[in-house]
Ligand binder design. Sequence first.
Ligand code: DNO
Length: 400
Amino acid sequence: MERTWRWFGKKDKITLEMLRQIGVEGIVTALHDVPLGDVWTREAIRDLREYIESYGMRWSVVESLPVTEEIKRAGLLRDKHIEAYKESLANLGAEGVHTICYNFMPVLDWARTDLSHPNPNGTTNLYFSHVQFAYFDICILKRKDAEKSWSADILKQVEELKGKMTAEDDRRLVENIIVKTQGFVSGNIREDEQKPVELFRHLLSQYDGISKEQLRANMKYFLEAIMPTCDKWDMNMCVHPDDPPMQILGLPRIVTCDEDIEWFLKAVDNKHNGLTFCAGSLSAGAHNDVVAMARKYSSRTHFVHMRSCHVFENGDFTEASHLGGRADLIELARIFEKENPKLPMRVDHGMTMLGDEERGYNAGYSFLGRMFALGQVQGILATVDRELGLEYQQPGFYGE
Ligand code: DNO
């Protein structure tokens, strides 16, 4: 697989010069400054592409060309936003960028309750606690009928938690769930948002009455509308699975499991309608057999996120080592290398370690932790390639 890295543009504290030194071949990025729903112009795309190429790398994947809430919930501006989306796709295609990661999660992109949970080795990772999330839902968001979404056992633990949470704990939970994890990935909530909870309530209310079937219909409508542009420009659309892969906050979620993936691939049966195989998101759900899914969907996978989760007995989960956890990245590497040795792959959500914590990186996107993970994954790929009789290239060294 092609070794890529998620880079947040010229303002990223991690520079392309740093990435060149650690074996990165391709860049995964987006025009982060373009407002949601606006067209990405050829000039802006070209400028960034040429900047990346000046460091000897290529712009391999767009993550994300955002699908707006208007498109997801079929609002009044849906068709206008779809037209803009098609224009952006054509501009990207004309500039030679052909792989587009997006998601169809309403309102909340990915969710974690703790962004610096200690690992036994002294590093930290992201963590999702059901009890903390239920506390946020019931006591902070105060969502109508929220209690009905949670089991008696969780409700009991939320009662106990009520007495222990301080105002500062509440503030941090809000920051973790709706500010820090969203600010840099979705234009819905900005890092400097003064009233995140109110805004979040408003965004959620726009989905009142939208069922899973309706959201599926909206996704199909969007995909059918853009497929002619994708066919013309050879654009590989690859939806990111919902993270975590389960229903939350009463929102419909439609990319959570095998049945969901099978549904959207069949609903628009075109090779340009594909999947981002995020092994991390899928492995966070105990219902997902990640290796079986990789075998089943490798031919429709256009982009891979190498990451693995550990799920605790109570369903809470955290990031595992890239050599451990539920995802079995070694077996996934075999499957995807066999399918297409050029498939773009990036490591995802590395540990925060050895000073990363002071650098103000985006949550989950440390430098040293991700570099460590990339080193592990490069080792896996070199070994798997030898097993499969493929040639392994180590860019940047003499004696390849
Ligand atoms: C989180 C990411 C997601 C992903 C989007 C794609 O770390 O994997 O935010 O980029 O869902 O649209």
